[in-house]
Ligand binder design. Sequence first.
Ligand SMILES: [Fe+2]
Length: 222
Amino acid sequence: MSNRNSNTEVSQSNTIVQMEKKIEDLSVQSAQASEIALSTILKAVNSKDNYSLAHAQRVCDFSLMIGEELGLSQIELSKLRLTAMYHDIGKIEIPEYILTKPSRLNEEEYFIIRKHPLLSSQILKNFDQLKDLAEFVKHHHERFDGKGYPNGLSGESIPLFSRILFIADSFDTMTSSRIYQKGLSFDVALHSLIKGSGTQFDPELVQYFVKRFKEEQHQTAA
Ligand SMILES: [Fe+2]
């Protein structure tokens, strides 16, 4: 090969490396911009109910415990983190009086609040890099026995991340104190998850969560 040819090849390969780097930078910038937009929406929801931000952070922690027990890869865990963090952002479209109502919701209000998984998934679909997560968010209130919403999916036809989220979300909802309820103790809530295994929740995932949560409780107490 002549020197001239080999120089041209080196320069072409440098250009390709530079282009790949630029594309990578753009995609990192775009992912960051998406996350800023989503966290702004989450903060807006939080300004209505003074609950959703801390709830999302705890749901995130609980979901990651299950994900780690399952041995998910770092990439999968970071997708799970985003899914958990933004699972309820559709509540931005739910009237504040429903989100903060101190008494039981009536039938019409309940119908409206049940739209939030679909609304969250519609928001996520607008972000190129996060649209894969829209499906997981959409199904985070499906029950293992098929009696959940919005589609009444059952068993493993419910996406794995949605089954994880439902456990993490329910556990945090049970243990959180709100104006209208005093949160349950961790032990009572764990028992409730076990009781709902196979009907509400994926039994295998509940086992992973209970095991990991108890381990962390022991570590904190030690
Ligand atoms: Fe939800």
